[in-house]
Design a protein around this ligand. Structure first.
Ligand code: PRP
Ligand code: URA
Length: 209
């Protein structure tokens, strides 16, 4: 079983409380999602492999470290996942970006696919799927299934708030995928929203409600 890591960093906890608040407006919400994504990415990339590289400083020649092996791809689940992309790109500017469009059917809560465009060589890349919310787990589990269908093998998932139901579903359907979670909340309500959560992440990022 891959790792499930729930963040305990004080900056992440502080910023998550800020985006939970009803009175945090679109501009601050969007900016803070970006900052939290960057902090979670820092943790999610902790185990990337390094190799030695000879470098020349203004003073002398020495051996430094550089990232070894696979190139990376970031795959946001549209729409809300888009809010996390820039924060991750701040740390991994050379990553390619793929997009998977899914929305939850409001009645069944099942994910409905409407878009998929991935880097041509995504199967050879280390893939970081991003979505602020892991509720039932339907959307993220489906996005990862789509990636596996395209041959991706090294997949990591980053979210800001998760419900236990979603974590369990992901662990069951994708036991090989590491999960990095900003905060693990109590439960889902009768409409499939995370409690206490932050409401609808897509609407709050894009100001559509
Ligand atoms: C939200 C969220 C996740 C999904 C989580 O997207 O961004 O993708 O719900 O719920 P789940 O774990 O039960 O699948 P939504 O369908 O509201 O679309 P949006 O991002 O376009 O607003
Ligand atoms: N999607 C959201 O945006 N928020 C939730 O609480 C659940 C799913």
């Amino acid at each position: 079983m891959a790792k499930t890591v729930v963040m305990d960093h004080p900056l992440i906890q502080h910023k998550i409380s800020y985006i939970r608040r009803t009175d945090t407006g679109t501009k601050d919400f969007r900016q803070t999602i970006r900052e939290i994504a960057m902090l979670i990415c820092y943790e999610a990339t902790r185990e990337l492999q390094l190799e030695d590289t000879r470098i020349k400083t203004p003073i002398c020649s020495t051996v430094g470290k550089q990232l070894k092996g696979k190139k990376m791809a970031i795959v946001p689940i549209l729409r809300a996942g888009l809010g996390m992309v820039d924060g991750v790109l701040d740390l991994i500017p050379a990553a390619k970006v793929g997009h998977i469009g899914l929305y939850r059917d409001p009645e069944t809560l099942n994910p409905v696919e409407y878009y998929c465009k991935l880097p041509a060589d995504c199967a050879e890349r280390e893939v970081f799927v991003v979505d602020p919310m892991l509720a039932t787990g339907g959307s993220s589990a489906e996005a990862i299934r789509m990636l596996k269908d395209k041959g991706c093998k090294n997949i990591h998932f980053m979210c800001i708030i998760a419900a236990p139901e979603g974590v369990e579903r992901m662990q069951c359907m994708h036991p090989d995928v590491d999960m990095y979670i900003g905060a693990l909340d109590e439960r889902l309500n009768d409409h499939g929203y995370i409690v206490p959560g932050l409401g609808d992440a897509g609407d709050r990022i894009f100001g559509t409600k």
